[in-house]
Design a protein around this ligand. Structure first.
Ligand SMILES: [Zn+2]
Length: 419
């Protein structure tokens, strides 16, 4: 038997109530395309697009064109003249067509296809690779994300992590909530800004029942977070996570260095501290040779920064304990030492840690299940998406891109794996 495109279409994209009546290859100058006419099967009835019940036909519309997945670089279109149905519940509407979605001129299969490539390539690259446009890729991803959000399961969330991220170089923030329950790593929710109302907004959306089932919440030491958790998820163990504590320590160290370098500059000394920044922020074991040399020079200067660095390094010991009792003793001693250091930024961190001691120790009570790697890893992926996001100036588009990349969303059902 000779191969016909129709045969292939019937194999990969078949519907119960519709058939491909005719497939043509069309050449107009340089433009080539494949057109497949679709007809309703004889005796098939039309269905309401909302309730999916069969309904009496009302009238027929003009032929519409639906873009399908390109074949060997050739654009493929479906042609179909849809009926309008008269649904007693939903009135007169264009019938349900299983290959299409609302008013879109792209078929569902094409949207799933483009969206799945947009997970591996940038949206621009996807558009270029498949002869599409950035906006069509955007529409596709948006539809797939909306479908996924509507169909995802939220019953089993027992551990979440709350974090914030800056976008658009500057002072725009998003609050991100991750599901970090055992075996799960996904972005659960995105809130505009990072205010008290933002985080409360998450818990309101998540709902009372689900909040009651939360057992662990990992956050930074920020009062509105802590308050919201007490208010909405009182049964959960609030863990102040390692990633954020490390960030506070690094910030204090950087501030110490900057202050000291500024003081030296005032006195006219050319100072190496400016360049030492990155070596100070790195762990000793990760330093390059040149950076290590610079670090060796530091003790000779008996700089404040060196002391701050050593006190910071010492904190690492804290995470190695497994018994809360010993971790607690260490933390108290460390805070005393930091307080005596007369280094203001460090003292600030020590005060903060002291104040939140019980919450910090929850990490050990949770048997170290929720370490920094989880949130840090997700946070890094978020940065990749927002950085790659040229072209997504708008907040709504960034959100879609984040859900798409990190939401681990279910995908709409397809008749065939096209990729
Ligand atoms: Zn209906």
């Amino acid at each position: 038997m000779q191969l016909q495109v129709q045969t292939v279409l019937n194999r990969v994209h078949r519907f119960k109530s519709f058939v491909y009546s005719d497939v043509r290859f069309i050449e107009r100058g340089k433009e080539v395309r494949i057109e497949a006419t679709i007809e309703a099967r004889r005796n098939a009835k039309s269905r309401c697009p909302i309730c999916h019940e069969t309904r009496p036909r009302y009238d027929r519309q003009n032929t519409r064109c639906f873009e399908f997945i390109p074949l060997w670089g050739i654009a493929v279109f479906f042609l179909y003249a849809p009926w309008r149905v008269n649904c007693p519940e939903h009135r007169v509407l264009v019938e349900a067509m299983p290959w299409s979605q609302g008013k879109s001129s792209m078929s569902r299969a094409l949207m799933c296809f483009l969206a799945s490539w947009a997970k591996r390539l940038s949206w621009w690259e996807t558009a270029k690779a498949f002869g599409s446009s950035w906006d069509k890729v955007r529409v596709s991803v948006q539809w797939v994300v909306e479908w996924g959000l509507a169909h995802r399961a939220l019953q089993c969330v027992e551990a979440i992590g709350i974090d914030e991220v800056a976008w658009r170089k500057g002072h725009k923030y998003l609050t991100l909530v991750y599901d970090i329950s055992a075996g799960t790593r996904r972005l659960l929710w995105i809130g505009d800004d990072r205010r008290r109302a933002t985080i409360n907004g998450f818990f309101e959306w998540f709902g009372k029942d689900r909040c009651q089932r939360l057992r662990f919440v990992c956050t930074d030491m920020w009062k509105p977070y802590l308050r919201a958790i007490q208010k909405y998820a009182a049964k959960a163990l609030n863990i102040l996570d390692r990633f954020h504590i490390a960030a506070h320590l690094n910030k204090a160290l950087d501030e110490t260095r900057r202050k000291e370098a500024a003081a030296y500059r005032k006195r006219g000394n050319k100072i190496i501290l400016k360049h030492a920044r990155w070596s100070l922020l790195k762990r000793v074991s990760h330093l390059t040779e040149r950076q290590a040399v610079r670090l060796k020079e530091l003790p000779n200067l008996t700089l404040r920064t060196t002391r701050a660095y050593l006190i910071n390094e010492n904190f690492d010991q804290f995470w190695r304990y497994s018994m809360p009792f010993w971790a607690d003793r260490f933390l108290a001693a460390w805070c005393d030492r930091a307080m005596r250091s007369r280094i203001e930024p460090l003292k600030k961190v020590a005060l903060m840690l002291r104040k939140h001691q019980p919450l910090i120790l929850n990490y050990f009570h949770a048997k170290k299940q929720y370490n920094s790697g989880v949130i840090e890893g997700l946070n890094n992926k978020v940065r990749v998406v927002t950085k790659r996001a040229y072209g997504y100036r708008k907040l709504e588009v960034i959100k879609i891109a984040l859900y798409h990349a990190l939401g681990d969303l279910p995908s709409p059902p397809t008749t065939h794996r096209f990729f």
